[in-house]
Ligand binder design. Structure first.
Ligand code: GDP
Ligand code: IMO
Ligand code: MG
Length: 432
């Protein structure tokens, strides 16, 4: 076993940061393969809470090399700020490697993200407004600037000038916003370049060499399956590939390098931003939605927005297992359900008299899908101190068993609190 992928099985914020940090100790490399600073991964390390947006969650361990792969988009100002924060916390970032082929988020990407959301009005996607979508758009339209362009001021300038011909027209004529000057952008980014250059590497070569040498590589996903550009609830998705295939293209490794795919899911489900959500609960005071928000602390790590909360949706998880070839499920925040008398799980949908056991392909069906629930008893006990599966109350074990039956893969890891040690490793052997 050497290549492990961790993907969000829902709409993000499943606890990827915590689980990556927990398992990373056994690994030599932790690699981010997609997304940018739209991600917010919370890691509690030595009593301190760290919010990571770009840097892989394995950065806490001195023996790990954190890597930002080619599939990511990088806002250099945010990256350097994050590095400074970590350094100020006594965590070294000198080992960080950044793919020469990762794309750069430019100031006009942020402007365009905000402007297009404002124009959409009530139809907005609810993006993080960090410039993620516009940066991936430029990548696809072959107009993007890459990390390697930071090493050549002449090329950088030429590419910015070429991009601004179009961007300034859109900003000024379509959105009535000020344009940008190539000189100002170049000056700003060349300032960042000096600090970023020592970290730039051919990360595909580095990771392939490591895997050939039987070193262990952990591919840390951001976002989640239903935010995947191809497989998610389009158009209410992000612009990258958070499913397991994204780890291959986003790092430059072949699929045979992946030994195990961990799919991570909350014991309920949340979503930030717009889009369909069949099991969504109202956040009326004293209601289940309000309890999940309060007990689960469901406020976005990146934007601070309140997350929409709902019952666990087994149809979504089956779908995530399918599109990523998930081998093991990780269930987090089981403790958040401890206040509830009864717990519902969506096992299928209904639409116009028809039952759907699998995620419907057509967005209209998903938008109007009515969840078919099964109800299980709650356990009404504090489980945050449980460390072995058998320590959990029977109702909690039965709940996990129920999720497992519906996912058709084992629940190998269970989290019962935000701290690293608040975890039950059921089917996970530490590296000898
Ligand atoms: P990520 O984006 O997938 O890394 O998840 P976030 O960090 O955005 O959100 C997950 C939140 O839940 C963080 O505040 C974590 O500290 C917290 N968390 C993770 N696992 C658990 C758990 O098992 N129980 C509780 N109560 N909180 C958890
Ligand atoms: P982590 O890695 C939850 C959502 C946004 C919006 C949509 C598109 O912490 O799980 P974008 O800015 O990416 O163009 O926004 O995707 N979104 C996330 N939701 N967790 C995330 O990351 C997210 N990253 C993006 O809220 O609905
Ligand atoms: Mg998050």
């Amino acid at each position: 076993m050497a290549g492990i992928v961790l993907v969000g099985a829902q709409w993000g914020d499943e606890g990827k940061g915590k689980i990556t940090d927990l398992l990373a100790d056994d690994f030599d490399y932790v690699v981010r393969f997609q997304g940018g600073n739209n991600a917010g991964h919370t890691v509690i390390h030595g009593g301190r809470t760290l919010k990571l947006h770009l840097i892989p969650s394995g950065v806490m361990y001195p023996h790990i090399t954190p890597v930002i792969g080619n599939g990511c988009v990088i806002d250099p100002a945010v990256l350097l700020e994050e590095m400074d924060t970590l350094e100020a916390d006594g965590l070294s970032t000198h080992r960080l490697l950044i793919s020469c082929n990762a794309h750069l988020i430019m100031p006009y990407h942020r402007d365009l993200d905000g402007a297009s959301e404002r124009r959409l009005g009530s139809l907005e996607i609810g993006t993080t407004r960090r410039g993620i979508g516009p940066a991936y758009m430029d990548k696809a339209s072959r107009m993007g600037l890459r990390v390697q362009d930071l090493t050549d001021e002449h090329i950088f300038m030429k590419k910015v000038e070429a991009a601004l011909v179009e961007k300034n027209d859109i900003l000024t004529k379509v959105y009535g916003l000020p344009g940008h000057s190539a000189e100002a952008i170049a000056e700003e980014y060349m300032g960042y370049a000096e600090r970023i250059k020592p970290h730039i590497a051919d990360t595909s070569a580095v990771i392939n060499r490591a895997l050939e040498a039987d070193q262990w590589v952990f591919f840390e996903g951001a976002q989640g399956t239903l935010l995947d550009l191809d497989h998610g609830t389009y158009p209410f998705v992000t612009s990258s590939s958070p499913t397991a295939g994204g780890a291959c293209t986003g790092v430059g490794v072949g699929p045979r390098r992946i030994d195990r795919v961990l799919g991570i899911a909350k014991a309920y489900i949340t979503r930030v931003g717009s889009g369909p959500f069949p099991t969504e609960l109202d956040d009326i005071p004293g209601g289940v939605g309000e309890i999940l928000t309060r007990v689960g602390g469901e406020y976005g790590t990146t934007t601070g927005r309140q997350r929409r909360c709902g019952w666990y949706d087994a149809v979504i998880i089956r779908y995530a297992v399918q599109v990523s070839g998930i081998t093991d499920l990780v269930v987090t925040k089981l403790d958040v359900l401890s206040e509830l008398d009864r717990i519902k799980v969506c096992v299928a949908y209904e639409y116009e008299g028809k039952r759907y056991d699998r995620l419907p392909c057509h967005q209209t069906v998903f938008h109007h899908a009515r969840p078919v629930y099964e109800e299980l008893p709650g356990w009404k006990t504090d489980i945050t101190g449980c460390r072995r599966f058998r320590d959990l109350p029977k109702a909690a074990r039965d709940y996990i068993g129920f999720l497992e039956d519906h996912a058709e893969v084992p629940v190998s890891i269970i989290a019962v609190g935000p701290a690293r040690e608040q975890t039950i490793l059921r089917r996970w052997e530490r590296r000898p």
